[in-house]
Design a protein around this ligand. Structure first.
Ligand code: NAD
Length: 489
Protein backbone atom coordinates (compact mmCIF):
# COMPACT_ATOMS: atom_id res chain seq x y z
CA UNK A 1 0.00 0.00 0.00
CA UNK A 2 1.25 3.44 -0.88
CA UNK A 3 2.51 5.52 2.02
CA UNK A 4 2.24 8.72 0.04
CA UNK A 5 -0.03 11.45 1.30
CA UNK A 6 -3.15 11.81 -0.73
CA UNK A 7 -3.52 15.52 -0.88
CA UNK A 8 -6.90 16.68 0.20
CA UNK A 9 -8.59 19.98 -0.06
CA UNK A 10 -6.34 22.51 1.52
CA UNK A 11 -6.98 24.12 4.81
CA UNK A 12 -5.50 27.53 4.68
CA UNK A 13 -5.69 29.53 7.85
CA UNK A 14 -4.21 32.42 5.98
CA UNK A 15 -4.00 33.13 2.32
CA UNK A 16 -1.05 33.06 -0.02
CA UNK A 17 0.03 36.49 -1.06
CA UNK A 18 1.83 36.19 -4.35
CA UNK A 19 3.44 39.42 -5.22
CA UNK A 20 5.56 40.55 -8.13
CA UNK A 21 7.62 38.70 -10.68
CA UNK A 22 8.60 35.69 -8.71
CA UNK A 23 5.50 35.65 -6.55
CA UNK A 24 7.05 34.54 -3.35
CA UNK A 25 5.54 35.98 -0.24
CA UNK A 26 3.34 33.89 2.00
CA UNK A 27 2.43 34.23 5.61
CA UNK A 28 0.12 31.30 5.46
CA UNK A 29 -0.18 28.46 7.86
CA UNK A 30 -0.93 25.24 6.09
CA UNK A 31 -2.40 22.13 7.57
CA UNK A 32 -1.70 19.06 5.46
CA UNK A 33 -4.37 16.46 5.92
CA UNK A 34 -4.14 12.77 5.28
CA UNK A 35 -7.40 12.09 3.54
CA UNK A 36 -8.83 10.47 0.46
CA UNK A 37 -8.55 13.01 -2.33
CA UNK A 38 -10.92 13.21 -5.21
CA UNK A 39 -7.96 13.09 -7.59
CA UNK A 40 -9.94 11.12 -10.10
CA UNK A 41 -12.71 13.68 -10.13
CA UNK A 42 -15.14 12.54 -12.73
CA UNK A 43 -16.06 14.68 -15.64
CA UNK A 44 -19.10 14.42 -17.87
CA UNK A 45 -17.18 16.12 -20.65
CA UNK A 46 -14.81 14.71 -23.25
CA UNK A 47 -11.08 15.09 -22.78
CA UNK A 48 -9.23 18.18 -23.98
CA UNK A 49 -6.23 16.04 -24.97
CA UNK A 50 -5.61 16.78 -28.64
CA UNK A 51 -8.35 19.42 -28.65
CA UNK A 52 -8.24 21.93 -31.50
CA UNK A 53 -10.60 24.90 -31.85
CA UNK A 54 -11.84 25.81 -35.32
CA UNK A 55 -9.25 27.92 -37.21
CA UNK A 56 -9.33 31.59 -36.27
CA UNK A 57 -8.39 33.76 -39.20
CA UNK A 58 -8.06 36.75 -36.89
CA UNK A 59 -7.43 36.42 -33.17
CA UNK A 60 -9.01 39.23 -31.17
CA UNK A 61 -7.19 39.62 -27.88
CA UNK A 62 -7.68 41.33 -24.54
CA UNK A 63 -4.61 41.78 -22.34
CA UNK A 64 -5.41 41.60 -18.63
CA UNK A 65 -2.57 42.81 -16.40
CA UNK A 66 -0.16 45.03 -18.30
CA UNK A 67 2.64 45.58 -15.82
CA UNK A 68 6.14 44.37 -16.59
CA UNK A 69 5.28 41.05 -18.18
CA UNK A 70 2.01 42.12 -19.81
CA UNK A 71 3.54 45.21 -21.43
CA UNK A 72 6.31 43.11 -22.97
CA UNK A 73 3.65 40.70 -24.25
CA UNK A 74 1.54 43.48 -25.78
CA UNK A 75 4.57 44.61 -27.73
CA UNK A 76 5.51 41.13 -28.96
CA UNK A 77 1.99 40.13 -29.92
CA UNK A 78 1.37 43.47 -31.65
CA UNK A 79 3.87 42.33 -34.28
CA UNK A 80 2.12 39.06 -35.11
CA UNK A 81 -0.08 39.33 -38.19
CA UNK A 82 -3.61 38.05 -37.62
CA UNK A 83 -3.50 39.01 -33.92
CA UNK A 84 -5.64 42.07 -33.15
CA UNK A 85 -5.33 43.71 -29.75
CA UNK A 86 -8.87 44.95 -29.16
CA UNK A 87 -9.00 45.44 -25.39
CA UNK A 88 -6.63 46.37 -22.58
CA UNK A 89 -7.21 45.91 -18.88
CA UNK A 90 -5.24 46.78 -15.75
CA UNK A 91 -6.13 47.87 -12.28
CA UNK A 92 -3.93 50.91 -12.91
CA UNK A 93 -5.37 53.19 -15.56
CA UNK A 94 -1.88 54.57 -16.30
CA UNK A 95 -0.76 51.10 -17.44
CA UNK A 96 -3.69 51.00 -19.86
CA UNK A 97 -2.95 54.53 -21.09
CA UNK A 98 0.74 53.84 -21.62
CA UNK A 99 0.09 50.67 -23.60
CA UNK A 100 -2.63 52.28 -25.67
CA UNK A 101 -0.32 55.21 -26.45
CA UNK A 102 2.48 52.84 -27.42
CA UNK A 103 0.16 50.91 -29.76
CA UNK A 104 -1.14 54.11 -31.35
CA UNK A 105 2.38 55.36 -31.99
CA UNK A 106 4.05 52.10 -32.99
CA UNK A 107 1.40 49.76 -34.32
CA UNK A 108 -1.74 51.75 -35.20
CA UNK A 109 -3.40 48.83 -36.99
CA UNK A 110 -4.49 47.64 -33.53
CA UNK A 111 -7.74 49.38 -32.75
CA UNK A 112 -8.23 49.10 -29.00
CA UNK A 113 -11.99 49.40 -28.68
CA UNK A 114 -12.43 48.92 -24.99
CA UNK A 115 -10.32 49.54 -21.91
CA UNK A 116 -11.00 48.29 -18.42
CA UNK A 117 -9.36 49.61 -15.27
CA UNK A 118 -9.83 51.13 -11.87
CA UNK A 119 -11.39 48.34 -9.83
CA UNK A 120 -10.23 44.98 -8.48
CA UNK A 121 -12.65 43.14 -10.75
CA UNK A 122 -12.20 45.29 -13.85
CA UNK A 123 -10.96 42.13 -15.59
CA UNK A 124 -14.54 40.83 -15.68
CA UNK A 125 -15.33 43.48 -18.29
CA UNK A 126 -12.53 42.27 -20.53
CA UNK A 127 -13.66 38.65 -20.15
CA UNK A 128 -17.27 39.55 -20.97
CA UNK A 129 -16.29 41.72 -23.96
CA UNK A 130 -18.02 40.28 -27.03
CA UNK A 131 -15.28 41.66 -29.31
CA UNK A 132 -12.69 39.39 -27.61
CA UNK A 133 -11.82 35.76 -28.51
CA UNK A 134 -8.74 35.22 -26.32
CA UNK A 135 -7.62 36.71 -23.02
CA UNK A 136 -3.90 36.99 -22.23
CA UNK A 137 -3.55 37.10 -18.45
CA UNK A 138 -0.44 38.57 -16.75
CA UNK A 139 -1.73 39.71 -13.36
CA UNK A 140 -0.20 38.59 -10.03
CA UNK A 141 -0.38 34.82 -9.72
CA UNK A 142 -3.01 34.65 -6.98
CA UNK A 143 -5.52 35.99 -9.53
CA UNK A 144 -4.65 33.69 -12.42
CA UNK A 145 -7.09 30.87 -11.73
CA UNK A 146 -9.99 33.16 -10.85
CA UNK A 147 -9.67 35.06 -14.11
CA UNK A 148 -9.04 31.93 -16.20
CA UNK A 149 -12.22 30.29 -14.85
CA UNK A 150 -14.34 33.38 -15.38
CA UNK A 151 -12.98 33.91 -18.92
CA UNK A 152 -13.64 30.32 -20.03
CA UNK A 153 -17.17 30.53 -18.66
CA UNK A 154 -17.56 33.71 -20.71
CA UNK A 155 -16.55 31.74 -23.81
CA UNK A 156 -12.95 32.94 -24.14
CA UNK A 157 -9.81 30.95 -24.78
CA UNK A 158 -7.23 31.68 -22.10
CA UNK A 159 -3.47 32.18 -22.16
CA UNK A 160 -2.26 32.61 -18.62
CA UNK A 161 1.07 33.39 -16.98
CA UNK A 162 2.91 31.06 -14.60
CA UNK A 163 2.01 29.42 -12.32
CA UNK A 164 -1.58 29.20 -13.54
CA UNK A 165 -2.86 27.98 -10.17
CA UNK A 166 -1.56 27.76 -6.63
CA UNK A 167 -3.97 25.12 -5.31
CA UNK A 168 -5.10 21.67 -6.37
CA UNK A 169 -8.71 22.78 -6.29
CA UNK A 170 -7.94 25.51 -8.77
CA UNK A 171 -6.02 23.06 -10.97
CA UNK A 172 -9.02 20.72 -11.04
CA UNK A 173 -11.48 23.57 -11.56
CA UNK A 174 -9.51 24.81 -14.55
CA UNK A 175 -9.35 21.32 -16.07
CA UNK A 176 -13.09 20.72 -15.59
CA UNK A 177 -14.06 24.16 -16.86
CA UNK A 178 -11.89 23.80 -19.94
CA UNK A 179 -13.44 20.38 -20.66
CA UNK A 180 -16.98 21.65 -20.13
CA UNK A 181 -16.64 24.90 -22.08
CA UNK A 182 -14.36 23.45 -24.81
CA UNK A 183 -12.05 26.43 -24.41
CA UNK A 184 -8.27 26.26 -24.51
CA UNK A 185 -6.51 27.16 -21.29
CA UNK A 186 -2.76 27.27 -21.90
CA UNK A 187 -0.12 28.27 -19.39
CA UNK A 188 2.42 30.64 -20.93
CA UNK A 189 5.46 28.56 -19.98
CA UNK A 190 7.97 30.39 -22.12
CA UNK A 191 10.96 28.28 -21.02
CA UNK A 192 9.60 25.40 -23.11
CA UNK A 193 10.61 27.44 -26.16
CA UNK A 194 14.21 28.26 -25.21
CA UNK A 195 16.82 27.40 -27.80
CA UNK A 196 18.57 24.92 -25.50
CA UNK A 197 15.29 23.46 -24.25
CA UNK A 198 14.02 22.77 -27.76
CA UNK A 199 17.42 21.35 -28.72
CA UNK A 200 17.20 19.02 -25.71
CA UNK A 201 13.63 18.08 -26.69
CA UNK A 202 14.86 17.08 -30.13
CA UNK A 203 17.82 15.13 -28.72
CA UNK A 204 15.43 13.22 -26.44
CA UNK A 205 12.89 12.48 -29.15
CA UNK A 206 15.46 11.55 -31.80
CA UNK A 207 16.85 8.97 -29.37
CA UNK A 208 20.30 10.57 -29.05
CA UNK A 209 20.19 10.24 -25.24
CA UNK A 210 18.76 6.70 -25.28
CA UNK A 211 16.16 5.59 -22.73
CA UNK A 212 15.58 8.55 -20.45
CA UNK A 213 15.91 7.99 -16.72
CA UNK A 214 16.37 11.34 -14.98
CA UNK A 215 16.16 15.10 -15.38
CA UNK A 216 17.11 18.10 -13.22
CA UNK A 217 15.83 21.64 -13.30
CA UNK A 218 15.82 24.70 -11.11
CA UNK A 219 14.78 28.27 -10.78
CA UNK A 220 17.80 29.84 -9.14
CA UNK A 221 17.44 33.59 -9.31
CA UNK A 222 18.89 35.83 -6.61
CA UNK A 223 16.03 38.25 -5.96
CA UNK A 224 16.45 38.78 -2.22
CA UNK A 225 16.22 42.55 -2.31
CA UNK A 226 13.17 42.63 -4.56
CA UNK A 227 11.37 40.07 -2.45
CA UNK A 228 12.17 41.82 0.74
CA UNK A 229 10.70 44.97 -0.70
CA UNK A 230 7.56 43.19 -1.90
CA UNK A 231 7.11 40.77 0.94
CA UNK A 232 7.28 42.86 4.04
CA UNK A 233 7.12 46.55 3.34
CA UNK A 234 3.67 46.60 1.80
CA UNK A 235 2.16 44.26 4.31
CA UNK A 236 2.25 45.99 7.65
CA UNK A 237 4.68 44.54 10.14
CA UNK A 238 4.08 40.79 10.13
CA UNK A 239 5.59 38.81 12.98
CA UNK A 240 6.32 35.83 10.82
CA UNK A 241 7.18 35.11 7.19
CA UNK A 242 6.78 31.55 5.96
CA UNK A 243 7.23 29.78 2.69
CA UNK A 244 7.19 26.03 2.15
CA UNK A 245 7.80 23.90 -0.90
CA UNK A 246 8.41 25.15 -4.41
CA UNK A 247 6.10 28.07 -5.22
CA UNK A 248 7.51 28.71 -8.69
CA UNK A 249 8.13 25.31 -10.30
CA UNK A 250 7.08 25.58 -13.91
CA UNK A 251 10.07 27.26 -15.60
CA UNK A 252 12.31 24.23 -15.04
CA UNK A 253 9.55 21.63 -14.90
CA UNK A 254 7.76 22.52 -18.14
CA UNK A 255 10.68 21.67 -20.44
CA UNK A 256 11.45 18.51 -18.42
CA UNK A 257 7.86 17.35 -18.87
CA UNK A 258 8.29 17.82 -22.61
CA UNK A 259 11.48 15.74 -22.58
CA UNK A 260 9.87 12.92 -20.56
CA UNK A 261 6.50 12.96 -22.39
CA UNK A 262 4.65 13.66 -19.15
CA UNK A 263 0.88 13.33 -19.73
CA UNK A 264 1.64 11.61 -23.04
CA UNK A 265 3.10 8.23 -22.16
CA UNK A 266 4.24 8.90 -18.59
CA UNK A 267 2.96 10.88 -15.64
CA UNK A 268 4.29 12.39 -12.42
CA UNK A 269 3.24 10.08 -9.57
CA UNK A 270 4.74 11.32 -6.29
CA UNK A 271 6.82 14.15 -4.90
CA UNK A 272 9.06 14.57 -1.88
CA UNK A 273 10.16 18.09 -1.02
CA UNK A 274 12.43 19.62 1.62
CA UNK A 275 13.65 23.15 2.30
CA UNK A 276 16.87 24.29 3.91
CA UNK A 277 16.88 26.69 6.85
CA UNK A 278 16.58 30.46 6.37
CA UNK A 279 20.23 31.42 6.63
CA UNK A 280 20.56 34.01 3.90
CA UNK A 281 17.26 35.71 4.65
CA UNK A 282 18.17 36.17 8.29
CA UNK A 283 21.71 37.38 7.55
CA UNK A 284 20.46 39.71 4.85
CA UNK A 285 17.80 41.30 7.02
CA UNK A 286 20.14 41.71 10.01
CA UNK A 287 22.89 43.18 7.80
CA UNK A 288 20.46 45.55 6.07
CA UNK A 289 18.35 46.80 8.97
CA UNK A 290 20.42 46.19 12.09
CA UNK A 291 19.67 44.10 15.19
CA UNK A 292 16.87 46.24 16.64
CA UNK A 293 14.66 46.54 13.55
CA UNK A 294 11.26 44.82 13.62
CA UNK A 295 12.18 42.85 10.50
CA UNK A 296 15.22 41.33 12.20
CA UNK A 297 12.97 40.20 15.04
CA UNK A 298 10.47 38.57 12.70
CA UNK A 299 10.28 34.74 12.64
CA UNK A 300 11.62 33.82 9.22
CA UNK A 301 10.49 30.41 8.13
CA UNK A 302 11.36 30.38 4.46
CA UNK A 303 14.21 28.16 3.35
CA UNK A 304 17.05 29.50 1.26
CA UNK A 305 16.64 26.61 -1.15
CA UNK A 306 13.93 24.03 -1.72
CA UNK A 307 14.70 20.67 -3.32
CA UNK A 308 12.04 18.27 -4.59
CA UNK A 309 12.23 14.86 -6.18
CA UNK A 310 9.39 13.62 -8.37
CA UNK A 311 8.98 9.99 -9.41
CA UNK A 312 7.10 9.15 -12.57
CA UNK A 313 4.86 6.19 -13.34
CA UNK A 314 7.52 4.77 -15.67
CA UNK A 315 10.16 5.03 -12.95
CA UNK A 316 11.97 8.17 -14.05
CA UNK A 317 13.10 10.79 -11.51
CA UNK A 318 13.01 14.59 -11.66
CA UNK A 319 15.02 16.81 -9.32
CA UNK A 320 13.63 20.36 -8.96
CA UNK A 321 15.11 23.26 -7.04
CA UNK A 322 13.97 26.77 -6.18
CA UNK A 323 16.31 29.38 -4.73
CA UNK A 324 15.42 33.07 -4.87
CA UNK A 325 17.71 34.01 -2.07
CA UNK A 326 21.36 33.01 -2.06
CA UNK A 327 23.99 34.88 -4.07
CA UNK A 328 24.22 32.04 -6.54
CA UNK A 329 24.35 32.85 -10.26
CA UNK A 330 21.14 32.43 -12.24
CA UNK A 331 20.43 28.92 -13.48
CA UNK A 332 17.60 26.66 -14.60
CA UNK A 333 20.05 23.69 -14.62
CA UNK A 334 18.13 21.98 -17.46
CA UNK A 335 19.76 18.56 -17.39
CA UNK A 336 18.37 15.37 -18.90
CA UNK A 337 20.06 11.99 -19.10
CA UNK A 338 19.42 8.58 -20.56
CA UNK A 339 21.10 5.28 -21.34
CA UNK A 340 23.16 6.83 -24.15
CA UNK A 341 24.01 10.30 -22.96
CA UNK A 342 23.39 13.47 -21.06
CA UNK A 343 22.48 17.06 -21.99
CA UNK A 344 23.14 19.96 -19.62
CA UNK A 345 21.67 23.23 -20.80
CA UNK A 346 22.92 25.58 -18.11
CA UNK A 347 26.62 24.85 -18.24
CA UNK A 348 27.11 28.01 -20.38
CA UNK A 349 27.56 26.98 -23.05
CA UNK A 350 25.28 23.95 -23.08
CA UNK A 351 27.05 20.62 -22.89
CA UNK A 352 26.51 17.14 -24.21
CA UNK A 353 27.95 13.69 -23.62
CA UNK A 354 27.04 10.77 -25.89
CA UNK A 355 28.29 7.20 -25.42
CA UNK A 356 29.00 4.83 -28.30
CA UNK A 357 26.58 2.26 -26.92
CA UNK A 358 24.00 2.22 -24.10
CA UNK A 359 25.84 2.53 -20.82
CA UNK A 360 29.16 3.02 -22.65
CA UNK A 361 31.85 4.88 -20.75
CA UNK A 362 32.34 8.48 -21.76
CA UNK A 363 35.18 9.46 -19.43
CA UNK A 364 35.21 12.61 -17.35
CA UNK A 365 34.82 15.26 -20.00
CA UNK A 366 31.89 16.67 -21.87
CA UNK A 367 32.03 16.60 -25.66
CA UNK A 368 34.44 19.18 -27.17
CA UNK A 369 32.76 22.38 -28.37
CA UNK A 370 33.27 21.63 -32.08
CA UNK A 371 31.56 18.29 -31.79
CA UNK A 372 28.77 19.80 -29.69
CA UNK A 373 28.22 22.44 -32.36
CA UNK A 374 27.66 19.70 -34.95
CA UNK A 375 24.98 18.10 -32.78
CA UNK A 376 23.45 21.50 -32.04
CA UNK A 377 23.23 22.25 -35.74
CA UNK A 378 21.86 18.82 -36.67
CA UNK A 379 19.24 18.78 -33.92
CA UNK A 380 18.39 22.47 -33.78
CA UNK A 381 14.61 22.77 -33.52
CA UNK A 382 12.89 23.94 -36.74
CA UNK A 383 11.37 26.90 -34.87
CA UNK A 384 14.81 28.20 -33.97
CA UNK A 385 16.01 27.60 -37.53
CA UNK A 386 13.18 29.57 -39.07
CA UNK A 387 12.53 32.37 -36.58
CA UNK A 388 15.50 32.25 -34.21
CA UNK A 389 17.21 35.36 -35.56
CA UNK A 390 14.01 37.43 -35.58
CA UNK A 391 13.15 36.20 -32.08
CA UNK A 392 16.60 37.06 -30.73
CA UNK A 393 16.35 40.57 -32.17
CA UNK A 394 12.90 41.24 -30.76
CA UNK A 395 13.95 39.66 -27.48
CA UNK A 396 11.95 38.39 -24.54
CA UNK A 397 14.24 36.14 -22.50
CA UNK A 398 16.57 35.75 -25.45
CA UNK A 399 13.73 35.22 -27.94
CA UNK A 400 11.86 32.33 -26.39
CA UNK A 401 8.92 34.52 -25.38
CA UNK A 402 8.37 35.63 -28.95
CA UNK A 403 8.61 32.05 -30.24
CA UNK A 404 6.03 30.95 -27.67
CA UNK A 405 3.64 33.69 -28.80
CA UNK A 406 4.19 32.84 -32.44
CA UNK A 407 3.38 29.18 -31.79
CA UNK A 408 0.04 29.66 -30.01
CA UNK A 409 -0.94 32.24 -32.63
CA UNK A 410 -0.03 29.88 -35.48
CA UNK A 411 -1.86 26.95 -33.87
CA UNK A 412 -5.01 29.01 -33.25
CA UNK A 413 -4.93 30.46 -36.75
CA UNK A 414 -4.62 27.00 -38.28
CA UNK A 415 -6.95 25.06 -36.01
CA UNK A 416 -4.16 22.97 -34.46
CA UNK A 417 -3.92 21.68 -30.88
CA UNK A 418 -1.80 23.97 -28.72
CA UNK A 419 1.64 22.68 -27.71
CA UNK A 420 0.71 22.76 -24.01
CA UNK A 421 -2.78 21.78 -22.94
CA UNK A 422 -4.83 22.20 -19.81
CA UNK A 423 -3.49 18.94 -18.32
CA UNK A 424 0.05 20.30 -18.62
CA UNK A 425 -1.11 23.50 -16.93
CA UNK A 426 -2.67 21.57 -14.05
CA UNK A 427 0.04 18.98 -13.48
CA UNK A 428 2.89 21.49 -13.63
CA UNK A 429 1.07 23.95 -11.36
CA UNK A 430 0.04 21.20 -8.91
CA UNK A 431 3.65 21.08 -7.70
CA UNK A 432 3.03 24.33 -5.78
CA UNK A 433 0.59 22.73 -3.34
CA UNK A 434 1.97 19.19 -3.34
CA UNK A 435 5.58 20.27 -2.68
CA UNK A 436 4.33 22.51 0.11
CA UNK A 437 2.45 19.61 1.69
CA UNK A 438 5.49 17.36 1.50
CA UNK A 439 7.81 20.04 2.89
CA UNK A 440 5.49 20.73 5.83
CA UNK A 441 5.27 17.00 6.49
CA UNK A 442 9.07 16.79 6.73
CA UNK A 443 9.62 15.50 3.20
CA UNK A 444 6.93 12.82 3.22
CA UNK A 445 5.94 11.47 -0.21
CA UNK A 446 2.82 13.15 -1.57
CA UNK A 447 0.79 11.75 -4.45
CA UNK A 448 0.38 13.94 -7.48
CA UNK A 449 -3.07 13.91 -9.09
CA UNK A 450 -3.60 12.46 -12.55
CA UNK A 451 -5.51 15.29 -14.18
CA UNK A 452 -5.79 13.27 -17.43
CA UNK A 453 -7.73 10.56 -15.54
CA UNK A 454 -5.68 7.82 -17.19
CA UNK A 455 -5.58 9.35 -20.68
CA UNK A 456 -1.79 9.80 -20.36
CA UNK A 457 -1.45 6.08 -21.13
CA UNK A 458 -2.85 6.42 -24.63
CA UNK A 459 -2.44 10.13 -25.44
CA UNK A 460 -0.67 10.88 -28.71
CA UNK A 461 2.91 12.19 -28.49
CA UNK A 462 3.30 15.94 -28.47
CA UNK A 463 4.36 17.66 -31.66
CA UNK A 464 5.95 21.08 -31.50
CA UNK A 465 6.09 22.05 -35.14
CA UNK A 466 7.40 25.00 -37.08
CA UNK A 467 5.44 28.09 -38.03
CA UNK A 468 5.01 29.33 -41.59
CA UNK A 469 5.86 33.02 -41.33
CA UNK A 470 4.86 33.79 -44.92
CA UNK A 471 1.48 32.10 -44.42
CA UNK A 472 1.02 34.11 -41.23
CA UNK A 473 1.50 37.25 -43.31
CA UNK A 474 4.90 38.40 -42.04
CA UNK A 475 6.74 40.85 -44.22
CA UNK A 476 10.02 38.98 -44.16
CA UNK A 477 11.88 41.82 -45.86
CA UNK A 478 10.92 44.46 -43.29
CA UNK A 479 13.69 45.22 -40.75
CA UNK A 480 13.12 43.83 -37.26
CA UNK A 481 13.56 46.27 -34.40
CA UNK A 482 14.69 45.40 -30.89
CA UNK A 483 12.07 46.01 -28.22
CA UNK A 484 13.51 47.44 -25.01
CA UNK A 485 10.47 46.36 -22.96
CA UNK A 486 11.44 42.68 -23.28
CA UNK A 487 12.85 40.91 -20.22
CA UNK A 488 16.33 39.46 -20.56
CA UNK A 489 16.57 37.06 -17.59
N1 NAD B 1 7.02 33.71 -17.70
C1 NAD B 1 7.93 34.52 -17.18
O1 NAD B 1 9.10 34.50 -17.55
C2 NAD B 1 7.51 35.46 -16.09
C3 NAD B 1 8.40 36.47 -15.67
C4 NAD B 1 7.93 37.37 -14.70
C5 NAD B 1 6.66 37.23 -14.17
N2 NAD B 1 5.85 36.22 -14.59
C6 NAD B 1 4.46 36.09 -14.10
O2 NAD B 1 3.70 37.10 -14.75
C7 NAD B 1 2.74 37.64 -13.85
C8 NAD B 1 2.86 39.15 -13.82
O3 NAD B 1 4.14 39.50 -13.36
P1 NAD B 1 4.75 40.97 -13.56
O4 NAD B 1 6.18 40.88 -13.24
O5 NAD B 1 4.34 41.51 -14.88
O6 NAD B 1 3.99 41.76 -12.40
P2 NAD B 1 3.61 43.31 -12.40
O7 NAD B 1 3.28 43.64 -11.00
O8 NAD B 1 4.64 44.11 -13.10
O9 NAD B 1 2.27 43.37 -13.29
C9 NAD B 1 1.03 42.89 -12.83
C10 NAD B 1 -0.02 43.84 -13.33
O10 NAD B 1 -1.31 43.33 -12.94
C11 NAD B 1 -2.11 44.45 -12.54
N3 NAD B 1 -3.17 44.00 -11.65
C12 NAD B 1 -3.09 43.66 -10.35
N4 NAD B 1 -4.31 43.32 -9.88
C13 NAD B 1 -5.18 43.47 -10.91
C14 NAD B 1 -6.58 43.30 -11.05
N5 NAD B 1 -7.32 42.91 -10.02
N6 NAD B 1 -7.15 43.53 -12.26
C15 NAD B 1 -6.40 43.95 -13.30
N7 NAD B 1 -5.06 44.15 -13.22
C16 NAD B 1 -4.47 43.91 -12.04
C17 NAD B 1 -1.13 45.38 -11.84
O11 NAD B 1 -1.62 46.70 -11.78
C18 NAD B 1 0.10 45.25 -12.72
O12 NAD B 1 0.13 46.21 -13.75
C19 NAD B 1 2.98 36.97 -12.51
O13 NAD B 1 2.05 35.98 -12.31
C20 NAD B 1 4.34 36.33 -12.62
O14 NAD B 1 4.43 35.13 -11.91
C21 NAD B 1 6.25 35.35 -15.55
Amino acid sequence: MSTAYKVGRREFLGDSAWIGAAALATDSVFAAERSAHDDARTSGSPTMAGFAAPPMERIRLAFIGIGSRGTAAVRRVSRIPGCDIVALCDLRSEAVDENQKWLNENCPRHKVRNVYSGSQDCWKGACDDSAVDVVYVAVPAYLHARIALYAMNAGKHVLVEVPAANTLDDCWNIVETSERTRRHCMMLENCCYGQDELLAWNLCHEGVLGSLSHAEGAYIHNLTERHLENSFRNRGKPKRSSLHGNSYPTHPLGPICLYLDINRGDRMNTIVSVSSGSFTWKDYIAATFGPDDWQTKMVIDRGDINTSIIKTARGRTIMLQMDFTTPRPYSRINLVQGSRGCFWGYGYPARLAVAKKPGGEIGKAWMPQKEFDKYAEKYRHPLWKSVGEIAKTIGGHGGMDFIMDLRWAYCLQNGLPLDMDVYDLASWSSIVECSRNSDIAGGAPVELPDFTRGAWKTAKPRTIGDVDLAKMGFNLKAPVKKDDAQLSV
